[in-house]
Structure formats: C-alpha cells, structure tokens
Ligand binder design. Structure first.
Ligand code: PMV
Length: 333
C-alpha cells in the first residue's frame, strides 16, 4: 500500500498586488489537482520522482543528488524535501521516503502549482505515518516548504489548497473561508510565458515608491473592488462579476503588470462573449481568467486557443487536501 494525497490549484479572482499592502484578495480553489504518493524507505533518503516535470533525484542531509535532469533542479524539489522533513519532525518519526509527484497544474503561471504540491506532500506523509494531522497543521507545514521557493509567500496558496472553496485574505484580518453551493465555470487562458512573482511585486513596489499618493489610491480602489467582487461571487451575479473583473484588470494594467499577450487574450475573450476578463496572479505573463454565460464558454475558449495560447475550463471546487491509502497496482491510476 502507498499513501496518496491530492490538493487543488488556485486562481486569484480579485485583489492581487493590492493584497501585498492591504487586501482583501479573493481566491478560489480550482479542479486541477496535484497528486503525491509516498512510501517508506529503509534508508534516510528523500527520493522524489517528478518525471512528469522532467526530473527526479534524492536528498540526503539536504544535499540534492540528481537521477534524471540537471543538479539545479534540486531547487525546484527543495520545497518537497523541506515539507516532507518538517512533517516527519512534527509527527516525531525518522527515516527515508519515496515520493512520486504528478500534477495537472501548469507551473509558474500563477495557478498555485508549488503550493498544491507542498500540501499534497504533507498530506501524503502524514497519511504514511497514520498521523491524522488537522488541516490547519497541514497548511502550516506546507507553508514552510513554500517559503523555500517564494521567500515570503502570503500564505494564500497553501491555505486555499488545503481547505478548498472560496477564501479571502486581508493583511489585517487574515483568512476567511466561504461556502458556495454548486460549481461555477471559469475560462483560463495561459500565455505560456513563465514569470517571477517576486520580480512583479518588486516592480510594483518601485512604482509605489516613485508615486506614493496615486499608487495608494489605485491599490485602495482594487481593495474596494475586491470586497464588492466577493459579494458578486457569493451571489453568483455573473454580469456584476464581469464588470468588476474588467475594472480590476484596468487597474492592474495601470500599475504595469499586464503584457501585450495578456491584453490580447483578455480583449479576445471579451470580444467573443466573455462578461469579464482579467489577468490572474502576479502578471508579467502567466494566465488570464474570464467569466461567461454557459452558451458562450466554448467560443471564448476557442478564440483564446487561436491566439497561440492554452485555454481550458476550470470550476471552483470545495475539495481541499484529501489523503488515503491506495493499492500498489492502483497507485498509477
Ligand atoms: O501569481 P501568483 O499566484 O504567485 O500570485 C501573486 C499575488 C500577488 O498579490 C502579486 C503577490 C502576493 O504575495 O500576494
């Protein structure tokens, strides 16, 4: 038997960048998941098979030894090593583990892939040692792994990936979770251009430094939009959400985090029936999201694909981290 855990990716619906200074940001768990399988080893190695991403190797005393792929890939896998070790420390066990990582969430485009992998890692390891950790504990341990990659993450990604559903985050009041009945479809358009969240956050900080008053006003307007956007989402008022997404995008564009490619996909979506479209996450590449009536979804998706970009539908999911035992022969299913 192997221990398995899965955890969802996320998208930011409203409030990115403003949340670095105030908030709220409105974040949703989406039905694309990362999956981690864990089994015990007889030595102390943390072996990580991430062959779907093109590399695998093991850590011994925190030093990475590649098996497939280059040695620097250890940087991508360090978060999994840390999340595994911190979880074992918390449970009070020692030893080595084989981890197999598979994910349906594209990496480095703002869809929370690294957090989902960290959350699924903690979920699988605690299952492996029958620890029954609470979701709060899983989220905290995953955050320690995330910190290795992002330096100072806000904690939104690991939180929404652990709990699922809809969440808002505000610097002063923290996380709030909301229940929503049923699902809601969104369209994602992926520019296929990777970007660094850290760099985009630094660019906004520099712009703010040079233009403090005007930036304060824009960031406050985004925060206001975000609060209204949360209400529209919970009321399932698609036209209102669309309006607010369009306005939010205009302000993100104003603070310099959009790109020509993002603009092109956003305008394509609107022209083909979307009620609203905006970039999601840090910007500078990565993804845009759109909402549309059911009858227009395929049109929007198709139009985005014709712009040399990926497009797919995602729905909001209530399913956070889930762990279980799987039979050896089902481990790959
Ligand atoms: O692109 P992502 O998913 O890393 O989101 C970044 C969101 C920011 O508000 C730009 C930064 C942050 O830490 O909240």
């Amino acid at each position: 038997m192997k221990a398995e855990a899965t955890a969802p990716g996320k998208m930011i619906l409203f409030g990115e960048h403003s949340v670095v200074y105030r908030g709220p940001a409105v974040v949703l768990a989406i039905d694309r998941r990362a999956r981690v399988l864990a089994e015990k080893r007889n030595d102390k190695k943390i072996f990580i098979d991430a062959d779907d991403l093109g590399f695998s190797g093991y850590f011994e005393d925190d030093v990475y030894y590649p098996v497939h792929g280059k040695a620097w890939r250890g940087r991508n896998l360090a978060a999994i090593n840390v999340a595994t070790k911190k979880t074992m420390e918390r449970i009070g066990v020692e030893g080595g583990v084989n981890m197999k990582v598979r994910s349906m969430i594209p990496i480095a485009v703002g869809l929370g892939s690294s957090a989902a992998i960290c959350v699924a890692t903690v979920g699988a390891v605690q299952q492996l040692f029958d620890a029954n950790l609470s979701r709060d504990e899983i989220s905290k341990l995953a955050f320690e792994g995330e910190t290795i990659i992002h330096g100072k993450p806000s904690g939104v990604d690991n939180n929404v990936s652990t709990f699922g559903g809809v969440m808002s985050f505000d610097r002063s009041t923290g996380f709030k979770h909301y229940k929503m009945e049923g699902t809601m479809p969104f369209i994602i358009g992926d520019t296929l251009r990777k970007r660094s969240t850290r760099m985009m956050v630094e660019n906004v900080a520099a712009l703010k430094e040079r233009n403090p008053e005007i930036m304060e006003e824009i960031l406050a307007s985004i925060a206001d939009l975000s609060t209204r956007g949360l209400d529209a989402l919970l009321a399932k008022d698609l036209p209102k959400m669309g309006d607010l997404m369009n306005i939010n995008h205009g302000l993100l564009s104003a603070i310099g985090v959009s790109t020509m490619k993002l603009e092109s996909l956003i305008h394509t979506a609107r022209k083909n029936g979307a009620l609203g479209a905006k970039l999601t996450g840090a910007g500078g590449g990565g993804c845009m999201i759109a909402v549309a009536e059911e009858k227009d979804l395929s049109n929007v998706e198709r139009a985005i694909r014709q712009r040399k970009s990926e497009s797919y539908r995602v729905t909001l999911t209530d399913r956070g981290v889930e762990s279980r035992w799987v039979e050896e022969e089902n481990a790959d299913s």
